[in-house]
Design a protein around this ligand. Structure first.
Ligand SMILES: NC(=O)c1ccc[n+]([C@@H]2O[C@H](COP(=O)([O-])OP(=O)(O)OC[C@H]3O[C@@H](n4cnc5c(N)ncnc54)[C@H](O)[C@@H]3O)[C@@H](O)[C@H]2O)c1
Length: 468
Protein backbone atom coordinates (compact mmCIF):
# COMPACT_ATOMS: atom_id res chain seq x y z
CA UNK A 1 0.00 0.00 0.00
CA UNK A 2 1.27 3.43 -0.91
CA UNK A 3 2.38 5.44 2.15
CA UNK A 4 0.06 8.32 2.96
CA UNK A 5 1.45 11.81 2.55
CA UNK A 6 1.38 13.46 5.96
CA UNK A 7 -0.25 16.85 6.10
CA UNK A 8 2.90 18.64 7.31
CA UNK A 9 4.85 17.24 4.31
CA UNK A 10 2.19 18.60 2.02
CA UNK A 11 2.41 21.93 3.77
CA UNK A 12 6.20 21.95 3.41
CA UNK A 13 5.89 21.26 -0.31
CA UNK A 14 3.46 24.10 -0.69
CA UNK A 15 5.43 26.65 1.22
CA UNK A 16 8.96 25.48 0.55
CA UNK A 17 9.02 24.33 -3.09
CA UNK A 18 12.82 23.87 -2.90
CA UNK A 19 12.22 20.82 -0.68
CA UNK A 20 10.71 19.07 -3.68
CA UNK A 21 13.82 19.88 -5.70
CA UNK A 22 16.01 18.38 -2.98
CA UNK A 23 14.75 14.96 -4.08
CA UNK A 24 16.87 15.40 -7.16
CA UNK A 25 20.34 13.90 -6.94
CA UNK A 26 22.90 16.22 -5.38
CA UNK A 27 25.74 16.43 -7.87
CA UNK A 28 29.41 17.29 -7.52
CA UNK A 29 31.37 18.11 -10.66
CA UNK A 30 35.12 17.68 -10.57
CA UNK A 31 36.94 19.67 -13.26
CA UNK A 32 35.22 22.92 -14.23
CA UNK A 33 36.52 23.33 -17.77
CA UNK A 34 34.26 23.47 -20.83
CA UNK A 35 32.51 20.21 -20.03
CA UNK A 36 32.25 20.61 -16.27
CA UNK A 37 31.04 24.19 -16.18
CA UNK A 38 28.39 23.65 -18.88
CA UNK A 39 27.16 20.54 -17.05
CA UNK A 40 27.09 22.53 -13.79
CA UNK A 41 24.97 25.34 -15.24
CA UNK A 42 22.61 22.99 -17.08
CA UNK A 43 22.08 20.53 -14.21
CA UNK A 44 21.43 23.43 -11.82
CA UNK A 45 18.90 24.69 -14.35
CA UNK A 46 17.22 21.25 -14.13
CA UNK A 47 16.91 21.70 -10.36
CA UNK A 48 19.99 19.88 -9.03
CA UNK A 49 22.20 21.24 -6.29
CA UNK A 50 25.73 21.41 -7.67
CA UNK A 51 29.09 21.51 -5.92
CA UNK A 52 31.83 22.37 -8.39
CA UNK A 53 35.42 21.30 -7.71
CA UNK A 54 38.59 22.49 -9.37
CA UNK A 55 42.25 23.05 -8.53
CA UNK A 56 42.18 26.46 -10.20
CA UNK A 57 41.31 28.96 -7.46
CA UNK A 58 40.80 31.84 -9.87
CA UNK A 59 38.20 29.80 -11.72
CA UNK A 60 36.47 28.88 -8.47
CA UNK A 61 36.25 32.57 -7.46
CA UNK A 62 34.82 33.54 -10.86
CA UNK A 63 32.13 30.86 -10.64
CA UNK A 64 31.36 31.75 -7.02
CA UNK A 65 30.52 35.27 -8.24
CA UNK A 66 28.04 33.70 -10.68
CA UNK A 67 30.23 34.49 -13.68
CA UNK A 68 31.29 32.14 -16.43
CA UNK A 69 35.01 31.38 -16.74
CA UNK A 70 34.52 30.61 -20.46
CA UNK A 71 32.72 32.21 -23.37
CA UNK A 72 29.66 30.10 -24.12
CA UNK A 73 26.28 31.56 -25.17
CA UNK A 74 23.71 31.38 -22.35
CA UNK A 75 26.07 29.92 -19.76
CA UNK A 76 26.61 33.18 -17.81
CA UNK A 77 22.87 33.51 -17.13
CA UNK A 78 22.62 29.90 -15.91
CA UNK A 79 25.56 30.33 -13.54
CA UNK A 80 24.30 33.69 -12.25
CA UNK A 81 20.88 32.16 -11.52
CA UNK A 82 22.41 29.00 -10.02
CA UNK A 83 24.64 30.91 -7.62
CA UNK A 84 21.89 33.37 -6.73
CA UNK A 85 19.50 30.48 -5.92
CA UNK A 86 22.25 28.86 -3.85
CA UNK A 87 22.13 25.82 -6.12
CA UNK A 88 25.72 26.19 -7.31
CA UNK A 89 28.61 26.35 -4.89
CA UNK A 90 32.31 25.63 -5.37
CA UNK A 91 35.12 24.13 -3.34
CA UNK A 92 38.72 23.01 -3.70
CA UNK A 93 38.00 19.89 -1.63
CA UNK A 94 36.91 16.96 -3.75
CA UNK A 95 36.55 14.74 -0.68
CA UNK A 96 34.07 17.12 0.92
CA UNK A 97 32.19 17.40 -2.37
CA UNK A 98 31.87 13.58 -2.56
CA UNK A 99 30.62 13.40 1.03
CA UNK A 100 28.04 16.13 0.45
CA UNK A 101 26.57 14.77 -2.80
CA UNK A 102 25.09 11.58 -4.27
CA UNK A 103 26.83 11.61 -7.65
CA UNK A 104 30.22 12.93 -8.80
CA UNK A 105 30.82 13.80 -12.45
CA UNK A 106 34.51 13.75 -13.44
CA UNK A 107 35.51 16.12 -16.24
CA UNK A 108 39.17 16.90 -15.62
CA UNK A 109 41.45 17.38 -18.60
CA UNK A 110 42.99 14.40 -20.44
CA UNK A 111 45.45 16.17 -22.77
CA UNK A 112 47.71 14.41 -25.25
CA UNK A 113 50.68 12.87 -23.43
CA UNK A 114 54.27 13.12 -24.67
CA UNK A 115 54.01 9.69 -26.34
CA UNK A 116 50.83 10.74 -28.21
CA UNK A 117 48.58 8.81 -25.79
CA UNK A 118 46.29 10.25 -23.17
CA UNK A 119 47.70 12.03 -20.08
CA UNK A 120 45.93 10.36 -17.17
CA UNK A 121 47.60 12.21 -14.31
CA UNK A 122 44.52 14.30 -13.40
CA UNK A 123 42.21 11.27 -13.68
CA UNK A 124 44.50 9.30 -11.37
CA UNK A 125 44.79 12.16 -8.87
CA UNK A 126 41.04 12.67 -8.58
CA UNK A 127 40.40 8.91 -8.45
CA UNK A 128 42.66 8.65 -5.41
CA UNK A 129 40.84 11.52 -3.67
CA UNK A 130 37.40 10.08 -4.50
CA UNK A 131 38.53 6.66 -3.24
CA UNK A 132 39.62 8.17 0.06
CA UNK A 133 36.30 9.99 0.34
CA UNK A 134 34.34 6.79 -0.37
CA UNK A 135 36.17 5.02 2.44
CA UNK A 136 34.38 7.26 4.94
CA UNK A 137 31.04 7.39 3.16
CA UNK A 138 28.19 5.09 4.17
CA UNK A 139 25.66 5.70 1.39
CA UNK A 140 25.91 4.40 -2.19
CA UNK A 141 27.77 7.00 -4.27
CA UNK A 142 27.93 7.09 -8.06
CA UNK A 143 31.01 8.26 -9.95
CA UNK A 144 30.42 9.32 -13.54
CA UNK A 145 33.45 9.52 -15.82
CA UNK A 146 33.00 12.11 -18.57
CA UNK A 147 36.59 12.50 -19.81
CA UNK A 148 37.48 11.09 -23.21
CA UNK A 149 39.79 8.18 -22.37
CA UNK A 150 40.99 4.94 -24.03
CA UNK A 151 38.58 2.01 -23.52
CA UNK A 152 39.45 0.13 -20.36
CA UNK A 153 40.45 3.24 -18.38
CA UNK A 154 37.29 3.49 -16.28
CA UNK A 155 37.03 -0.19 -15.34
CA UNK A 156 40.81 -0.69 -15.23
CA UNK A 157 42.67 2.32 -13.90
CA UNK A 158 39.85 4.19 -12.15
CA UNK A 159 38.09 1.22 -10.59
CA UNK A 160 41.39 -0.15 -9.29
CA UNK A 161 42.35 3.14 -7.64
CA UNK A 162 38.84 3.69 -6.23
CA UNK A 163 38.63 0.18 -4.76
CA UNK A 164 42.19 0.23 -3.40
CA UNK A 165 41.80 3.63 -1.75
CA UNK A 166 38.30 3.00 -0.37
CA UNK A 167 38.51 -0.72 0.44
CA UNK A 168 35.05 -0.91 -1.11
CA UNK A 169 33.58 -2.78 -4.05
CA UNK A 170 32.25 -1.34 -7.28
CA UNK A 171 28.63 -2.29 -7.93
CA UNK A 172 28.07 -2.97 -4.23
CA UNK A 173 29.28 0.06 -2.28
CA UNK A 174 29.59 2.54 -5.15
CA UNK A 175 28.59 2.74 -8.78
CA UNK A 176 30.83 3.59 -11.71
CA UNK A 177 29.64 4.93 -14.99
CA UNK A 178 31.04 6.26 -18.26
CA UNK A 179 28.82 8.92 -19.76
CA UNK A 180 30.46 10.52 -22.82
CA UNK A 181 29.95 14.20 -23.50
CA UNK A 182 28.81 15.14 -27.02
CA UNK A 183 28.41 18.90 -26.61
CA UNK A 184 29.75 21.23 -29.26
CA UNK A 185 31.42 24.34 -27.93
CA UNK A 186 29.42 27.40 -29.01
CA UNK A 187 26.10 25.54 -28.91
CA UNK A 188 26.76 23.59 -25.71
CA UNK A 189 23.62 24.65 -23.79
CA UNK A 190 21.39 23.89 -26.74
CA UNK A 191 23.14 20.51 -27.21
CA UNK A 192 22.60 19.71 -23.52
CA UNK A 193 18.85 20.24 -23.89
CA UNK A 194 18.57 18.43 -27.23
CA UNK A 195 21.38 15.86 -27.12
CA UNK A 196 22.19 13.82 -30.25
CA UNK A 197 22.09 10.83 -27.89
CA UNK A 198 22.66 10.03 -24.23
CA UNK A 199 24.98 7.09 -23.64
CA UNK A 200 25.29 5.54 -20.19
CA UNK A 201 27.83 2.78 -19.67
CA UNK A 202 27.23 1.55 -16.13
CA UNK A 203 28.68 -0.93 -13.65
CA UNK A 204 25.22 -1.98 -12.43
CA UNK A 205 21.49 -1.38 -12.92
CA UNK A 206 21.09 0.94 -9.94
CA UNK A 207 23.85 3.20 -11.25
CA UNK A 208 22.37 3.19 -14.76
CA UNK A 209 18.92 4.10 -13.44
CA UNK A 210 20.28 6.90 -11.20
CA UNK A 211 22.10 8.54 -14.11
CA UNK A 212 19.20 7.95 -16.51
CA UNK A 213 17.03 9.75 -13.93
CA UNK A 214 19.28 12.81 -14.02
CA UNK A 215 19.02 13.03 -17.82
CA UNK A 216 15.31 12.22 -18.00
CA UNK A 217 14.15 15.84 -18.48
CA UNK A 218 16.27 16.16 -21.63
CA UNK A 219 16.31 12.55 -22.88
CA UNK A 220 13.86 9.95 -21.65
CA UNK A 221 15.35 7.22 -23.83
CA UNK A 222 19.08 6.98 -23.05
CA UNK A 223 21.27 4.22 -24.49
CA UNK A 224 22.40 1.92 -21.68
CA UNK A 225 25.48 -0.12 -22.48
CA UNK A 226 28.73 -1.41 -21.01
CA UNK A 227 31.38 1.00 -19.78
CA UNK A 228 33.95 -0.08 -22.42
CA UNK A 229 31.49 0.34 -25.29
CA UNK A 230 30.55 3.82 -24.02
CA UNK A 231 34.24 4.78 -23.84
CA UNK A 232 34.85 3.58 -27.39
CA UNK A 233 31.71 5.29 -28.73
CA UNK A 234 33.17 8.65 -27.71
CA UNK A 235 36.43 8.05 -29.59
CA UNK A 236 34.68 6.58 -32.64
CA UNK A 237 32.29 9.55 -32.81
CA UNK A 238 35.10 12.07 -32.87
CA UNK A 239 37.23 10.13 -35.34
CA UNK A 240 34.14 9.92 -37.57
CA UNK A 241 33.56 13.66 -37.32
CA UNK A 242 37.21 14.26 -38.22
CA UNK A 243 36.86 11.81 -41.12
CA UNK A 244 33.84 13.71 -42.41
CA UNK A 245 35.60 17.09 -42.20
CA UNK A 246 38.68 15.69 -43.95
CA UNK A 247 36.62 13.93 -46.61
CA UNK A 248 34.62 17.07 -47.38
CA UNK A 249 37.83 19.09 -47.62
CA UNK A 250 39.43 16.57 -50.00
CA UNK A 251 36.32 16.68 -52.20
CA UNK A 252 36.72 20.47 -52.24
CA UNK A 253 40.41 20.21 -53.17
CA UNK A 254 39.60 17.95 -56.13
CA UNK A 255 36.56 19.99 -57.25
CA UNK A 256 38.18 23.43 -57.26
CA UNK A 257 40.75 22.92 -60.06
CA UNK A 258 38.10 21.32 -62.31
CA UNK A 259 35.60 24.16 -61.57
CA UNK A 260 32.97 21.87 -60.04
CA UNK A 261 31.04 23.42 -57.14
CA UNK A 262 31.98 21.19 -54.20
CA UNK A 263 29.07 22.48 -52.11
CA UNK A 264 26.54 21.53 -54.74
CA UNK A 265 28.17 18.09 -54.97
CA UNK A 266 28.01 17.58 -51.19
CA UNK A 267 24.48 19.00 -50.93
CA UNK A 268 23.39 16.22 -53.28
CA UNK A 269 25.65 13.68 -51.53
CA UNK A 270 24.03 14.26 -48.11
CA UNK A 271 20.52 13.90 -49.52
CA UNK A 272 21.22 10.18 -49.94
CA UNK A 273 20.31 8.80 -46.54
CA UNK A 274 20.00 5.24 -47.85
CA UNK A 275 23.63 4.61 -48.74
CA UNK A 276 25.67 7.75 -47.97
CA UNK A 277 24.57 9.00 -44.56
CA UNK A 278 23.26 5.74 -43.16
CA UNK A 279 24.44 2.68 -41.22
CA UNK A 280 25.13 0.99 -44.56
CA UNK A 281 28.84 0.29 -45.20
CA UNK A 282 29.71 1.22 -41.61
CA UNK A 283 29.82 -2.14 -39.84
CA UNK A 284 33.26 -3.75 -39.39
CA UNK A 285 33.60 -6.72 -41.74
CA UNK A 286 35.66 -7.72 -44.75
CA UNK A 287 37.41 -5.58 -47.36
CA UNK A 288 35.42 -3.79 -50.05
CA UNK A 289 35.48 -5.27 -53.54
CA UNK A 290 33.40 -5.65 -56.67
CA UNK A 291 33.52 -3.91 -59.99
CA UNK A 292 32.84 -0.36 -58.72
CA UNK A 293 34.43 0.60 -55.40
CA UNK A 294 38.05 -0.46 -56.02
CA UNK A 295 38.01 0.83 -59.61
CA UNK A 296 36.49 4.18 -58.77
CA UNK A 297 38.67 4.78 -55.73
CA UNK A 298 41.67 4.21 -58.02
CA UNK A 299 40.17 6.59 -60.59
CA UNK A 300 39.68 9.39 -58.04
CA UNK A 301 43.21 8.84 -56.65
CA UNK A 302 44.48 9.12 -60.23
CA UNK A 303 42.41 12.25 -60.88
CA UNK A 304 43.78 13.93 -57.73
CA UNK A 305 47.36 13.07 -58.68
CA UNK A 306 46.79 14.36 -62.22
CA UNK A 307 45.51 17.62 -60.78
CA UNK A 308 48.49 17.88 -58.47
CA UNK A 309 46.11 17.75 -55.50
CA UNK A 310 47.17 16.02 -52.30
CA UNK A 311 44.35 13.82 -50.88
CA UNK A 312 45.88 11.55 -48.23
CA UNK A 313 42.50 10.26 -46.99
CA UNK A 314 41.30 9.05 -50.41
CA UNK A 315 44.84 7.86 -51.16
CA UNK A 316 44.86 5.72 -48.00
CA UNK A 317 41.63 3.83 -48.79
CA UNK A 318 43.20 1.13 -50.98
CA UNK A 319 46.03 0.72 -48.47
CA UNK A 320 43.60 0.22 -45.58
CA UNK A 321 41.50 -2.15 -47.68
CA UNK A 322 44.56 -4.24 -48.44
CA UNK A 323 45.45 -4.33 -44.74
CA UNK A 324 42.03 -5.90 -44.10
CA UNK A 325 42.76 -8.62 -46.69
CA UNK A 326 46.18 -9.21 -45.13
CA UNK A 327 44.52 -9.51 -41.74
CA UNK A 328 42.30 -12.32 -43.05
CA UNK A 329 45.31 -14.07 -44.60
CA UNK A 330 47.32 -13.81 -41.36
CA UNK A 331 44.41 -15.06 -39.25
CA UNK A 332 43.91 -18.04 -41.59
CA UNK A 333 47.63 -18.89 -41.65
CA UNK A 334 47.75 -18.74 -37.85
CA UNK A 335 45.28 -21.65 -37.80
CA UNK A 336 47.87 -23.77 -39.70
CA UNK A 337 45.25 -25.38 -41.95
CA UNK A 338 45.84 -28.02 -44.62
CA UNK A 339 42.35 -28.06 -46.19
CA UNK A 340 40.32 -24.90 -46.10
CA UNK A 341 36.64 -24.58 -46.96
CA UNK A 342 35.54 -21.19 -48.28
CA UNK A 343 31.90 -20.18 -47.97
CA UNK A 344 31.09 -17.35 -50.38
CA UNK A 345 33.21 -16.38 -53.37
CA UNK A 346 31.53 -13.41 -55.05
CA UNK A 347 32.25 -9.96 -53.58
CA UNK A 348 28.84 -10.09 -51.94
CA UNK A 349 26.00 -12.56 -51.47
CA UNK A 350 23.31 -13.20 -54.09
CA UNK A 351 25.50 -12.22 -57.02
CA UNK A 352 27.94 -14.15 -59.20
CA UNK A 353 30.24 -11.13 -59.57
CA UNK A 354 33.80 -12.21 -58.82
CA UNK A 355 35.46 -9.03 -60.05
CA UNK A 356 37.91 -7.82 -57.38
CA UNK A 357 36.25 -10.06 -54.81
CA UNK A 358 38.67 -9.79 -51.87
CA UNK A 359 38.32 -13.45 -50.88
CA UNK A 360 40.09 -14.36 -54.16
CA UNK A 361 43.21 -12.57 -52.89
CA UNK A 362 43.00 -14.52 -49.62
CA UNK A 363 42.70 -17.79 -51.56
CA UNK A 364 45.60 -16.84 -53.83
CA UNK A 365 47.92 -16.16 -50.87
CA UNK A 366 46.86 -19.28 -48.99
CA UNK A 367 47.43 -21.44 -52.07
CA UNK A 368 50.94 -19.95 -52.36
CA UNK A 369 51.52 -21.39 -48.87
CA UNK A 370 50.61 -24.83 -50.25
CA UNK A 371 47.22 -24.95 -48.54
CA UNK A 372 44.57 -26.81 -50.49
CA UNK A 373 41.04 -25.45 -50.60
CA UNK A 374 37.52 -25.89 -51.84
CA UNK A 375 34.97 -23.12 -52.23
CA UNK A 376 31.19 -22.98 -52.31
CA UNK A 377 29.01 -20.15 -53.56
CA UNK A 378 25.34 -20.80 -54.32
CA UNK A 379 25.43 -18.22 -57.14
CA UNK A 380 28.75 -19.04 -58.79
CA UNK A 381 29.22 -21.79 -61.37
CA UNK A 382 32.52 -21.76 -63.25
CA UNK A 383 31.11 -22.10 -66.75
CA UNK A 384 31.16 -20.02 -69.93
CA UNK A 385 28.91 -17.38 -68.30
CA UNK A 386 31.87 -16.29 -66.20
CA UNK A 387 34.26 -16.11 -69.18
CA UNK A 388 34.00 -12.30 -69.39
CA UNK A 389 34.67 -11.91 -65.67
CA UNK A 390 37.65 -14.25 -65.83
CA UNK A 391 39.17 -12.13 -68.60
CA UNK A 392 38.50 -8.98 -66.53
CA UNK A 393 40.22 -10.49 -63.46
CA UNK A 394 43.21 -11.78 -65.45
CA UNK A 395 43.64 -8.25 -66.85
CA UNK A 396 43.01 -6.25 -63.62
CA UNK A 397 44.63 -8.70 -61.21
CA UNK A 398 47.16 -10.75 -63.20
CA UNK A 399 48.46 -12.32 -59.98
CA UNK A 400 45.16 -14.23 -59.76
CA UNK A 401 45.56 -15.88 -63.19
CA UNK A 402 46.46 -19.32 -61.81
CA UNK A 403 43.67 -19.23 -59.25
CA UNK A 404 41.12 -18.31 -61.91
CA UNK A 405 42.33 -21.08 -64.23
CA UNK A 406 42.01 -23.60 -61.41
CA UNK A 407 38.66 -22.27 -60.15
CA UNK A 408 36.66 -24.99 -61.87
CA UNK A 409 38.43 -27.59 -59.69
CA UNK A 410 38.19 -25.47 -56.53
CA UNK A 411 34.46 -24.78 -56.76
CA UNK A 412 32.15 -27.42 -55.42
CA UNK A 413 28.39 -27.85 -55.42
CA UNK A 414 28.62 -30.22 -52.44
CA UNK A 415 29.25 -27.94 -49.43
CA UNK A 416 28.46 -30.75 -46.98
CA UNK A 417 31.34 -32.91 -48.23
CA UNK A 418 33.59 -29.84 -48.43
CA UNK A 419 32.94 -28.96 -44.77
CA UNK A 420 33.43 -32.57 -43.64
CA UNK A 421 36.90 -32.65 -45.21
CA UNK A 422 37.98 -29.20 -44.07
CA UNK A 423 40.15 -28.48 -41.04
CA UNK A 424 39.23 -24.77 -41.20
CA UNK A 425 36.35 -22.72 -42.63
CA UNK A 426 36.47 -19.16 -43.92
CA UNK A 427 33.11 -17.41 -44.14
CA UNK A 428 33.04 -14.58 -46.69
CA UNK A 429 29.27 -14.14 -47.13
CA UNK A 430 26.29 -13.97 -44.83
CA UNK A 431 23.29 -15.94 -46.11
CA UNK A 432 20.70 -18.06 -44.28
CA UNK A 433 22.21 -21.15 -45.96
CA UNK A 434 25.70 -20.36 -44.67
CA UNK A 435 24.43 -19.55 -41.17
CA UNK A 436 22.72 -22.97 -41.10
CA UNK A 437 25.94 -24.69 -42.25
CA UNK A 438 27.97 -23.01 -39.51
CA UNK A 439 25.35 -23.81 -36.88
CA UNK A 440 25.58 -27.49 -37.89
CA UNK A 441 29.39 -27.54 -38.04
CA UNK A 442 31.39 -29.34 -35.35
CA UNK A 443 32.41 -26.86 -32.64
CA UNK A 444 35.96 -28.25 -33.01
CA UNK A 445 36.38 -26.89 -36.54
CA UNK A 446 37.96 -23.43 -36.57
CA UNK A 447 35.83 -20.79 -38.30
CA UNK A 448 37.23 -17.52 -39.57
CA UNK A 449 34.19 -15.25 -39.81
CA UNK A 450 34.72 -12.24 -42.10
CA UNK A 451 31.09 -11.11 -42.09
CA UNK A 452 29.82 -11.25 -38.48
CA UNK A 453 27.39 -14.11 -39.07
CA UNK A 454 25.69 -13.73 -35.69
CA UNK A 455 24.54 -10.59 -33.86
CA UNK A 456 26.29 -11.77 -30.72
CA UNK A 457 29.67 -13.38 -31.46
CA UNK A 458 29.64 -17.10 -30.49
CA UNK A 459 31.42 -17.90 -27.24
CA UNK A 460 33.17 -20.82 -28.97
CA UNK A 461 36.87 -19.77 -29.11
CA UNK A 462 37.16 -21.67 -32.42
CA UNK A 463 34.83 -19.10 -34.04
CA UNK A 464 36.94 -16.01 -34.68
CA UNK A 465 35.75 -12.71 -36.15
CA UNK A 466 37.99 -10.42 -38.16
CA UNK A 467 37.09 -7.23 -36.24
CA UNK A 468 35.20 -8.41 -33.17
N1 LIG B 1 35.71 20.48 -24.58
C1 LIG B 1 34.85 19.69 -25.16
O1 LIG B 1 34.06 20.11 -26.03
C2 LIG B 1 34.76 18.24 -24.80
C3 LIG B 1 33.72 17.49 -25.30
C4 LIG B 1 33.60 16.16 -24.93
C5 LIG B 1 34.54 15.58 -24.07
N2 LIG B 1 35.58 16.33 -23.60
C6 LIG B 1 36.51 15.68 -22.66
O2 LIG B 1 36.12 16.08 -21.36
C7 LIG B 1 37.29 16.26 -20.53
C8 LIG B 1 37.35 17.70 -20.03
O3 LIG B 1 37.45 18.54 -21.15
P1 LIG B 1 37.44 20.12 -21.02
O4 LIG B 1 37.51 20.67 -22.39
O5 LIG B 1 36.34 20.53 -20.12
O6 LIG B 1 38.86 20.30 -20.28
P2 LIG B 1 39.50 21.65 -19.70
O7 LIG B 1 40.95 21.52 -19.86
O8 LIG B 1 38.79 22.85 -20.26
O9 LIG B 1 39.12 21.60 -18.16
C9 LIG B 1 39.65 20.68 -17.26
C10 LIG B 1 39.48 21.24 -15.86
O10 LIG B 1 39.91 20.26 -14.93
C11 LIG B 1 40.59 20.96 -13.89
N3 LIG B 1 41.45 20.02 -13.18
C12 LIG B 1 42.63 19.49 -13.57
N4 LIG B 1 43.11 18.68 -12.61
C13 LIG B 1 42.21 18.68 -11.60
C14 LIG B 1 42.13 18.03 -10.35
N5 LIG B 1 43.09 17.22 -9.93
N6 LIG B 1 41.06 18.27 -9.56
C15 LIG B 1 40.07 19.09 -9.98
N7 LIG B 1 40.09 19.74 -11.17
C16 LIG B 1 41.16 19.54 -11.96
C17 LIG B 1 41.34 22.07 -14.61
O11 LIG B 1 41.74 23.09 -13.73
C18 LIG B 1 40.28 22.51 -15.62
O12 LIG B 1 39.46 23.52 -15.08
C19 LIG B 1 38.47 15.86 -21.41
O13 LIG B 1 38.74 14.49 -21.22
C20 LIG B 1 37.96 16.08 -22.82
O14 LIG B 1 38.62 15.28 -23.73
C21 LIG B 1 35.70 17.64 -23.93
Amino acid sequence: MRAKIKSHELANQQFYPQLVQKQKARVSICGLGYVGIVTSGCLADLGHDIIGVDTDNRKLKTIARGESPISEPGLGQLLTAGVKNEQISVTGSLMRAVWDTDVTFVSVGTPTAEDGGCDMSAVMAVSRQMGMALQAKKSFHVIVMRCSVPPGTTLGLMRKILETESGKTMGVDFGLCFNPEFLREGTAIEDFHTPPKTVIGASDKLTASKIAGIYKPVDSNPIITSIEVAEMVKYVDNVWHATKVTFGNEVGRICKPIAVDSHEVMDIFVRDTKLNLSPYYLKPGFAYGGSCLPKEVRAVQHLARDLGVNCPLVESLSISNWVQIEQAIDMALALEPENIAILGLAFKANTDDLRESPILQVMHHLSMHGISMKAYDACVVADERLEGQFNYIKHAQPELKHLIEALDAVLTDDPKAMLENADCVIVAQKTPEIIKMINELSAETPVLDLVRLFKTPPSNPNHQGIGW
